[in-house]
Design a protein around this ligand. Sequence first.
Ligand code: PMV
Length: 347
Amino acid sequence: MDSTLTTAWRSPSNIAIVKYWGKHGHQLPANPSLSITLTHAFTETHLAATPAGNGKHAEIAFLFDGREAPAFAERIRQYFGKIAGHVTFVKDFHLSIASSNTFPHSSGIASSASAMSALALCLADLQCMIDGHPRDARFWQIASELARIGSGSGCRSVYGPVSLWGETSLVQGSSDTHAIPVSNIHPVFETLCDSILIVDAAAKAVSSSAGHALMEGHPYRNARIAQVQSHLQHLLPAMQQGDIETFGKIAEAEALSLHALMMTSDPSYILMRPHTVAVIEDIRAFRTRTDFPVYFTLDAGPNVHVLYPRQYATQVQEWIQSSLISYCVEGRVIHDHAGNGPVRLPS
Ligand code: PMV
């Protein structure tokens, strides 16, 4: 009898509205963060686990888009080193992992959140199969925790449409070790659109890990933590009441704060590009002209996420196509929207 266990998960990327920036200890956040889970930008991961046999050295094989990917394989091996104490069963199995993304990993969209959450879900699922446990709340929590160890922001992708990571007195049950779903979200945010404008697809000059590290001893660190507290305090009720204006104001302030922190690090650096600024200014001018609730956010890179309620999708996407497309590399835009989070696939 074939004793191979198989599982497969699709997990989406997410976009932070309140940004995680700075960490300590074992990938614990300097501040709480809140994100919207996306739909179309996802990773699919298939995992097959075959018992290695007594005393045999368990091996890990990794394919990306059906091909060997040595750089990713190395990252995954390091990841397994970090989670060894959490998933002790892993040492007894040969693992065969195959992943693919809906978006090119060099497109400028962070793929680590979707990739690490998809893999974490496969591992948590495997643990359930071995232990004979159901996929209950504990399963999702373990998946989120395992994802966090691979990619901090990835722990939020486990839940949709809105997820919170990091302990805060504002939300009961919040934790630094895993994300939780945010409940009672107004429908306007459950279907919020996010058009991602790829204004530069080159690899970032400074990685997120290096950026997080520069928050240690940052002159604005305490002010940043206080700002997050105030933003969350206003954002949470706004997202429950459907107050898009407050939401948009905070989303933009968070994006600009994140980049201001980079510009005031030591050494300082700039990830925005001239087209990033041009798009931001056009979005603000369009909002003033039309009164449409269209806002922007940025992650740790030059690309712009355009956020708007679904009811404006036709007009906003037409405007992007006619006015903003010239700022994008090869006219690249990914029209995504909020979604319900990961899906288990037939394996
Ligand atoms: O998860 P990391 O280490 O890639 O850091 C992500 C940081 C931001 O994308 C800038 C903010 C966030 O909360 O996702």
